[in-house]
Design a protein around this ligand. Structure first.
Ligand SMILES: [Zn+2]
Ligand SMILES: [Zn+2]
Length: 116
């Protein structure tokens, strides 16, 4: 996963609960409503202080971009994730948090988080 994308107002985002304490928010870009997402979770490294949906200030978030027409051309140097299905959402490969010390890692398959 990419670098943590803070500061961001988590409560201003449209969060989707995918289970295991993980919330996702799609990233829009120009006319494209779903070019990537941010994965929010409790930071296991103790580094992050964003307020999560539970009101606790220990949340972490990292963003990924999808391998879609236009995205690869716009971001040739970024790792991109394959969308196997949008509805329900299935991505590959897995999503591993890049926050220092945070071990959060899993898959999104069929709209659900599957811990690694
Ligand atoms: Zn993390
Ligand atoms: Zn973190």
């Amino acid at each position: 996963m990419g670098e943590p994308q803070f500061p961001v107002a988590v409560d201003a985002l449209s969060l989707v609960d995918v289970g295991h304490g993980v919330q996702i928010s799609f990233t829009s870009w120009g006319p494209h409503p779903r070019v990537g997402l941010t994965v929010f979770h409790v930071c296991t490294g103790g580094n992050c202080r964003e307020t999560g949906p539970d009101g606790q200030r220990n949340w972490c978030g990292g963003g990924v971009l999808f391998d879609l027409p236009g995205v690869r051309e716009a971001f040739p140097d970024r790792a991109l994730w394959t969308v196997e299905s949008f509805d329900p959402l299935t991505l590959s490969p897995s999503l591993q948090c890049a926050c220092p010390g945070c071990t959060h890692h899993g898959y999104i398959r069929a709209g659900r988080w599957e811990p690694c």
